[in-house]
Every structure is written in structure tokens, then in C-alpha cells.
Design a protein around this ligand. Structure first.
Ligand SMILES: Nc1ncnc2c1ncn2[C@@H]1O[C@H](COP(=O)(O)OP(=O)(O)OP(=O)(O)O)[C@@H](O)[C@H]1O
Ligand SMILES: [Mg+2]
Length: 275
């Protein structure tokens, strides 16, 4: 089998702070083959950004291993990690982080400014990246503040692509966009996947995740399979229904005091997540 682009084994990330230890990731094992478009979904605080930071070599696991393109990056020096980031990874964020007054072309070239690529070659690469995201040429000399949200995000994707990395990491890339514009961005990812790029996308939105080949769910720092996630949601819904039933009874008994009431045992979301 070909070497996976991402392979983590039993990754833990434990933050150490004034308040003590926070285990943000608790045993993440994840394999992403080349050319896969993966969505990661999870509630606030579940560990998504922590995982993304590790996958993006911006942070290291406390324990466990991370192989990126077959290379164990867990123990690399900061310099080596910076090199891995600039050659292997492209980042796309929710807030677009473009220079507003610089032209589209200039924004896309930016990541190459400190690389040993000569200026003509930089421009050729930027053109290739802008073509890959299908941004019409008439916009290339516009300021990024003169574009629509979807166009801006495509420029951001082109910038992430300009060094031709095999892996794109996107954190809520459609979070600020309306549905139609978000779809345009998702189609861009599908096109990149067709060109054998690997895309890992964080989203809160199930409709966005539906564009991906596969969705994994993260809760309390652990990955859940689709089945485990379904079982979790079902348990939580049962708990909510039981709670609603109990409070209806409470309300009724407040109006018509009738005999002793026994509180129903409720498995709320907190307890359910511990199961
Ligand atoms: N630098 C830090 N120091 C201590 N704890 C942290 C730090 N960063 C994150 N955490 C904690 O780790 C857990 C996971 O945080 P993380 O930012 O990964 O969540 P998230 O899933 O990205 O949430 P959101 O959807 O709100 O962005 C949370 O409990 C958070 O409080
Ligand atoms: Mg986050």
C-alpha cells in the first residue's frame, strides 16, 4: 500500500497551564491516504484546532507519533518543522488573512518570497495555482479587497497551493460565507482532490462535511467512527427527550400537586459522553 499522507498513532496533547493539565487530545490514531478529502467535525472545545496544529506541524504531540508523508515529524527541530511546513503543507483559514490592498497575484506569490525560487518562476507558479482554483484572469491584478467572499477564499486556497504541497489543511474555510459561495469553495477542494491533493477540513457544518469522502468526529479529544457518533447523538437525544418529559411532569405537578414524584434517571450529554 502507498505511504499515507497522514498517519498518527495514539497521539496525546496535554496542555499544561496555571489551572493544571488539560488533555486536549487523548489517543488520536488517524490515517489519511493520498488524494482523500477528509472532514473533521466536533463541538467547540473537542480538540479540532489542537489536532489541526499538530497535523500542520505548528505544535507537537505530548506523546504518540505523527508521520507526514512517511516521515516521523514528532521529534524534528523547529527549523526542520518550518521546512516541512513550507514544502508539504498549505493552510486555509476561516478569516482569509490576505493583504487587502496587495493584488491577488502578489498575495499568492507571498509564500514564495523567502524561497530560492526566481521571480519569473514564482509568477508561473502563482498563475498555475490561480488556474487550479479557477479564478478568472481578469481578477489577478485586483486588490483582494475588491473581490467577493468566495473569490477571496479561492485566492487564499491558491496561496496555500503555490508551493505545490501535497496536503491542504483548512480550518472552517466556509465559516464566513453564504451557502452558495461556500459550495463554490467546496467545489474547489473537489477539483484539487481530483489532482491528487489531500485535503483535511475542519467544519461545524454537516452540509459542508457532506462534500468530503469521509467524515471523522472528535469529542473530548477522541475520534469516533460514524457509528459511534450516531450512537452518541442517539443517546444524547434520548437523554434530552427524557429531560423534556421530566420537566413537563414537573410543570404539571407544579400546577396540580399530585402525589410523590420520582425524578427520572436522566443520562444528559455530560454523562453520556463519559460512556
Ligand atoms: N494553549 C492552551 N492551553 C491550555 N488549554 C488549551 C489551550 N488550547 C486549547 N486548550 C484546551 O484544549 C481543549 C481543546 O481546544 P481546541 O482549541 O482544540 O478546541 P476546538 O475543537 O478547536 O474548539 P472550537 O470549535 O471552539 O475552535 C479545550 O478544552 C481548550 O480549553
Ligand atoms: Mg478551534
Amino acid at each position: 500500500m502507498a505511504t499515507p499522507v497522514i498517519e498518527t498513532q495514539n497521539v496525546y496533547r496535554i496542555y499544561e497551564g496555571a489551572a493544571g493539565y488539560t488533555p486536549a487530545l487523548r489517543g488520536i490514531s488517524l490515517t489519511v491516504p493520498r488524494g482523500e478529502f477528509l472532514a473533521i467535525m466536533g463541538p467547540s472545545g473537542s480538540g479540532k484546532s489542537t489536532l489541526m496544529n499538530i497535523l500542520g506541524c505548528l505544535d507537537r504531540p505530548t506523546t504518540g507519533t505523527y508521520r507526514l508523508q512517511g516521515i516521523d515529524v514528532s521529534d524534528l527541530s523547529d527549523d526542520d518543522l518550518a521546512h516541512v511546513r513550507s514544502t508539504q503543507l498549505g493552510f486555509v483559514f476561516q478569516s482569509f488573512n490576505l493583504l487587502p490592498r496587495a493584488s491577488v497575484m502578489r498575495n499568492v506569490i507571498l509564500p514564495l518570497l523567502y524561497s530560492p525560487v526566481d521571480p519569473r518562476e514564482r509568477e508561473l507558479r502563482a498563475i498555475k495555482a490561480l488556474r487550479a482554483v479557477d479564478l478568472p484572469e481578469e481578477y489577478w491584478d485586483h486588490g483582494s479587497n475588491e473581490l467577493s467572499g468566495g473569490q477571496v477564499q479561492r485566492v487564499a486556497i491558491a496561496r496555500a497551493l503555490v508551493a505545490d504541497p501535497p496536503l491542504l489543511l483548512a480550518d472552517e474555510p466556509t465559516g464566513n460565507l453564504d451557502t452558495a459561495t461556500g459550495e463554490m469553495v467546496m467545489r474547489t477542494f473537489l477539483r484539487l482532490k481530483a489532482r491528487d491533493k489531500t485535503v483535511v477540513l475542519i467544519t461545524h457544518d454537516a452540509e459542508v462535511a457532506a462534500w468530503a469522502d469521509r467524515t471523522v468526529h472528535i469529542r473530548d479529544g477522541r475520534l469516533l467512527t460514524a457509528e459511534e457518533e450516531r450512537a452518541f447523538v442517539e443517546r444524547t437525544a434520548r437523554g434530552a427527550r427524557a429531560a423534556a418529559g421530566a420537566s413537563d411532569k414537573d410543570a404539571a405537578s407544579a400546577v396540580v400537586p399530585a402525589g410523590p414524584t420520582t425524578p427520572a434517571p436522566i443520562a444528559g450529554p455530560r454523562e453520556a459522553s463519559a460512556l
